[in-house]
Design a protein around this ligand. Structure first.
Ligand SMILES: Nc1ncnc2c1ncn2[C@@H]1O[C@H](COP(=O)(O)OP(=O)(O)O)[C@@H](O)[C@H]1O
Ligand SMILES: O=C(O)C[C@@H](O)[C@H](O)C(=O)COP(=O)(O)O
Length: 328
């Protein structure tokens, strides 16, 4: 087992951060300016991760704040339908809105996201909204880096991280950098570093680690610097070039799977949910990484990032198709 987890907890995974709405281009393969129709999905990286992990059979929940309107109700009701626990979702009573993500699908390789995140409800999650009892109930808490972009969500995230450590909950930090809400590059540098040092597992793209480190770095050096602190597992994603996981004992690399790509986003969320499933199921690091990579390849071939999350059989079938790697 790569990591041990507390036993006898009602939840396997709780995520903390934004619960939002994605509006994905329906008449795609054109710029956003020319896109007239969109399909509405639940979105937001930590929410997608909770949904993806639930689809794989994990018991998941989310700590978030959503608007007191139709968008907030849409998010909560979808999560309830798919079996993600919503009892720690707080309704914003001060009129802040749920964030929106308009996605542009110009071509399978040229995609972008336009986030409407001014004064969004999720960044108003406050430490008073965090319940110690809820955190005590999970094996893993995943914190999204975007939750650190602004107070009071920033303090809520650090408070939750502290409670997680106190109660033997494994802390996963997903860097999830979105340029929109940060005031300067110094802010993510400082707060990412502080959170990453507290976490057991850190997951991010090379570009996101560069933001954290304040400039271009090397994967191995990134991992060694974090191993001085709490992390025992550091995952660096390189898009189609695959990903690599470092432990104090060494590194394991996995290739991306070939995919009929519809759009590029959603890969990271599928990757994180499936990777955590693999770790919680007690698979080897190589197998957990391969599962993550397979889930990501499936999601990039589909239209959404949340509803598109694959079932275990779909991941296993892709793994066996490519005969990689052996079970562990
Ligand atoms: N075009 C693609 N085809 C197949 N797999 C992909 C593709 N893009 C990304 N992936 C998989 O998803 C993982 C995460 O993607 P990446 O783009 O690095 O992260 P993020 O989506 O968080 O920016 C990669 O390590 C790879 O396994
Ligand atoms: O994260 C958001 O707010 C939007 C997501 O729902 C969206 O689908 C997305 O950007 C996924 O991100 P990725 O997995 O890091 O590509």
């Amino acid at each position: 087992m790569v990591l041990s987890f507390a036993s006898d907890r009602p939840f396997d995974l709780v995520t903390l951060g934004r619960a939002c709405v994605d509006l994905n281009a329906f008449d795609y393969n054109r710029p956003l300016e020319e896109t007239k129709t969109f399909v509405k999905y639940v979105g937001g990286s930590p929410t997608n991760i909770a949904i993806g992990a639930r689809r794989l059979g994990l018991r998941t929940g989310i700590i978030a704040k959503v608007s007191d309107d139709a968008m907030g109700r849409f998010v909560v009701s979808f999560l309830q339908q798919v079996g993600v626990d919503t009892s720690a979702i707080v309704i914003d009573r001060e009129g802040h809105k749920t964030g929106l993500a308009f996605t542009e699908i110009k071509s399978p390789t040229e995609c972008s996201i336009l986030l409407y995140r001014d004064d969004v409800a999720d960044l108003y999650l406050s430490p008073e909204d965090i319940t110690e009892d809820y955190l005590r109930k999970t094996k893993v808490l995943l914190i999204s880096g975007t939750a650190l972009a602004k107070s009071p969500s920033r303090e809520a995230a650090f408070y939750a991280a502290e409670l997680a450590r106190r109660h033997g909950v494994r802390l996963v930090f997903e860097l999830d950098y979105r340029p929109y809400t940060w005031k300067s590059l110094y802010e993510p540098m400082v707060y990412y570093t502080l959170m990453a040092r507290l976490a057991d597992v850190v997951i991010g793209t090379r570009e996101e680690y560069d933001i954290m480190e304040g400039g271009p770095g090397q994967d191995e050096a990134t991992a060694s610097q974090l191993f001085v602190h709490a992390p025992s597992l550091v995952v660096v994603k390189h898009g189609v070039d695959g990903s690599i996981a470092y432990t104090r004992e060494g590194a394991v690399k996995v290739q991306a799977f070939p995919a009929k790509v519809l759009k590029t986003f959603g890969a990271g969320d599928a990757y994180a949910s499936s990777f955590l499933y693999g770790l919680l199921a007690g698979h080897t690091l190589k197998r957990a990484l391969a599962m993550a990579s397979a889930a990501a390849a499936i999601v990039v071939s589909r239209h959404s990032s949340s509803e598109a999350m694959p079932a275990l059989e779909e991941i296993e079938s892709l793994l066996s198709e490519h005969c990689e790697p052996s079970r562990g």
